[in-house]
Design a protein around this ligand. Structure first.
Ligand code: HXC
Length: 528
């Protein structure tokens, strides 16, 4: 079989003829599954594997590996000997001058399916990415395990998953779903740090609509089952959704600009064109007088970070908590904040898991954490309790407690009960904890506290409603301010909201050489 494809290489030819042969083979490599399939790919509204790589990497930096690899399995005619490269393009290049490894699945060759040879190519690129300490980006467009390759394709997935896990916390791993990701093709992305999806073309599902109908009788369209919107809003599998491949790949480049190449490096400093001492008097009036009225925490974030640039992660999932990347004084930071505009910023299962995952990523890659707090507590109710809010909320405690990166928090309004503890509190080794004059820390809200503490008095009272109101007022006056916590040193300072940005900037500067480590262990046992 090799003879058919490369026969002319081993025949008696002159050096010039061999050179010409190489040029022809390289041209064939560029065509993947052939012009007709490239046209079909474009008609599906998708770019080819190579077009995607050119969008991702800096111009003319791509160094391809393994372009002469052929499908190996000859069963069922699977080893199409015209398919040089098999169904994936792999190699390395640069993004803003930094080395990045990439694999890009080629749907024009057997639907981008994963053969043993494809898996070997991906694994080689991953091994080099780990060795060289460079991020790995997977551009995915695949029908899953190549059916004809049988156990070789399954073994191939195992090898990729193993590398995903070994690389976790060592190099940033990004998956970009630009076509189908069916069956085994979903789990490698799921093991990586961030998943991007394109709306309308990117789909992820373990079993497709036909299997679902056969097994459960349920009828569902591909888009409703595994489209980008579903994974961004319901399952939380997708971190970013884009309307086009171009926009999607530009966002991948943008994300990587916030991140170090690997866990031994610091995130890249950007020349700062926004004055770190810039004040914003507007923040003094952002908290509504009525404590039950919402405001938009994004306004606080935009005002605080460099040039108002905030790359929100998981924007459509659990919007009661905001997470994302920004810079302050040119330094990348991970921002975690309640969003009082959604469910009053309560911590529920999805918000806890979303924030915990983000905190752990930032800690693994030396990205300092800035936490903005306004949290009424954990979400009450049977659906939350039955769903395991205890187990999921514990993930967020675990993540903050474990994190050794600089941790700075600003309490803008309330921090109640367990939710206070969770959000980067002093006793979870928060480094610098600030509060605005509108901030307060309490075990529970005034209403609930009076019910528990004063129930005997209220039961005996002639006018219980009046007494209740008086007691609530007393409780609020006594506890609902930042000075009680500040008097005990668990708030380091009460600050003028206008100075939020300069204060955080100086804290980050002070903590830039922070050293803290955990006792040696194999790994912790996070309540998964
Ligand atoms: C071999 C495949 C293939 C596969 C697609 N092709 N998937 N070949 N193995 N897994 C081939 C098709 O036969 C076709 O070849 C070409 O790729 C393009 O596919 P189309 O079906 O024409 O394209 P489209 O209509 O866009 O549909 C794409 C698709 C569909 C949704 C991905 O092909 C599909 O449902 N494929 C099967 C998905 C699947 O069930 N995979 C196995 C998962 S099990 P020709 O020559 O006709 O153009 C799995 C187990 C691993 O992955 C578990 C590890 C944990």
């Amino acid at each position: 079989m090799l003879g058919d494809t490369y026969s002319t290489m081993i025949s008696e030819k002159t050096t010039d003829e061999k050179q010409e042969e190489l040029t022809k083979l390289k041209e064939r490599v560029q065509l993947g599954g052939g012009q007709a399939r490239i046209d079909a790919q474009h008609q599906r509204g998708k770019l080819t594997a190579r077009e995607r790589i050119s969008l991702l990497l800096d111009k003319e930096t791509f160094e391809e590996l393994d372009s002469f690899v052929l499908p190996q399995n000859e069963e069922f005619g699977a080893a199409d000997q015209t398919a040089l490269s098999d169904a994936v393009v792999t190699g390395h290049g640069k993004i803003d001058g930094q080395i990045v490894f990439v694999y890009s699945q080629d749907f024009t060759i057997q639907g981008g399916s994963l053969s043993g040879a494809v898996a070997q190519k991906i694994c080689k690129a991953m091994d080099m990415a780990i060795k060289s300490g460079s991020p790995m980006v997977g551009l995915i467009d695949s029908g899953g395990a190549r059916i004809q390759d049988g156990v070789d394709s399954l073994a191939g997935y195992s090898a990729i998953f193993e590398r995903n896990v070994i690389a976790s916390g060592v190099i940033p791993q990004v998956s970009v779903i630009l076509g189908p990701a069916a069956g085994g093709a979903t789990y490698s992305p799921a093991l990586t740090d961030f998943i991007f999806m394109t709306q309308g073309t990117g789909q992820m599902y373990i079993t497709g609509p036909d299997v679902i109908k056969a097994v459960t009788g349920e009828q569902v369209s591909l888009e409703d089952l595994g489209g980008a919107f579903v994974h961004a809003t319901k399952s939380g599998v997708a971190h970013f959704v884009s309307q086009s491949e171009k926009e999607c790949i530009e966002d991948v480049r943008r994300l990587l600009r916030f991140l170090p190449n690997n866990n031994t490096e610091e995130p890249p400093l950007n020349p700062n064109i926004d004055d770190p001492n810039r004040r914003d008097e507007g923040l003094r009036n952002i908290i509504p007088t009525n404590p039950n009225h919402p405001y938009d925490m994004l306004d606080v974030i935009h005002s605080t970070v460099d040039n108002g640039e905030f790359m929100e992660v998981h924007q459509l999932f659990a919007p009661n908590v905001l997470v994302g990347f920004a810079r302050i004084g040119g330094r990348p930071v991970g921002v975690v904040a309640q969003q009082p505009k959604h469910l009053a910023g309560v911590l529920d299962i999805n918000a806890s898991v979303k924030a915990a995952r983000f905190v752990r990523f930032c800690d693994a890659f030396n990205v300092p954490l800035v936490t903005l707090i306004d949290v009424p507590g954990f979400m009450p109710g049977t659906s939350q309790e039955y769903g395991g809010i205890i187990r999921h909320g514990a993930k967020l405690i675990y993540a903050y407690a474990e994190a050794t990166v600089p941790k700075i928090s600003v309490l803008t309004r309330k921090a109640v009960g367990g939710a206070y503890i969770v959000m980067s509190s002093k006793n979870l080794r928060g480094d610098v904890n600030y509060a605005w004059p509108t901030g307060s820390v309490a075990v529970m809200g005034a209403d609930g506290a009076v019910n528990v503490l004063n129930h005997r008095e209220l039961a005996k009272a002639e006018r219980p409603a009046e007494l209740r109101e008086k007691l609530i007022k007393e409780y609020e006056e006594r506890h609902m301010n930042p000075y009680v916590a500040a008097s005990k040193g668990i708030i380091d300072d009460v600050i003028d909201p206008a100075e939020t940005r300069p204060k955080i900037h100086r804290a980050l500067e002070m903590l830039s050489n922070k050293r803290e480590s955990l006792p040696p262990k194999k790994h912790g046992s996070i309540p998964l």
